[in-house]
Design a protein around this ligand. Sequence first.
Ligand SMILES: Nc1nc2c(c(=O)[nH]1)N=C([C@H](O)[C@H](O)COP(=O)(O)OP(=O)(O)OP(=O)(O)O)CN2
Ligand code: ZN
Length: 147
Amino acid sequence: MATAAANGGQTERVGYITRIQSFSACHRLHSLGLSDEDNIKVFGKCNNPNGHGHNYKGLMFKSFIDAVTGMVMNLTDLKMYIEDVIMTPLDHKNLDKDVPYFANVVSTTENLAVYIWDNMVKVLPTDTLYEIKIHETDKNIVVYRGE
Ligand SMILES: Nc1nc2c(c(=O)[nH]1)N=C([C@H](O)[C@H](O)COP(=O)(O)OP(=O)(O)OP(=O)(O)O)CN2
Ligand SMILES: [Zn+2]
């Protein structure tokens, strides 16, 4: 159990750690709630039935810095969680066809962040996830904090 003595007498500190994970996937922006015509109006080139690909970069985490281990979370454990939640289901996949969640949810980066959040909280220690930040392109970045 962590003690203040093991931490040089300091009170608990909150740390933020980030792990950058790249993964590639293709998708098409298409809402089942819109007509084909409106889908084209709303999503433009991204509604092309042939889809298009991205090299996403997903990030994360916060928690108390454990007084004994000095870690917010062991990055080696984090790597395993990321493998299970991001890499196995999403990497080199067609989001709309290969990931059941996106069968009727538009595969925007916002919804991808929600998907990753919902699945990461299932495997991480309680209250350690701070945010999911996804770089869809160098210019387009989405943050989701579970709200
Ligand atoms: N709010 C959102 N808007 C858009 C999303 C999204 O996920 N959330 N996604 C897309 C497209 O899927 C696509 O990613 C856009 O790519 P693109 O226009 O090529 O990306 P850039 O803006 O970086 O390209 P430049 O043309 O170089 O500026 C569209 N909208
Ligand atoms: Zn896209």
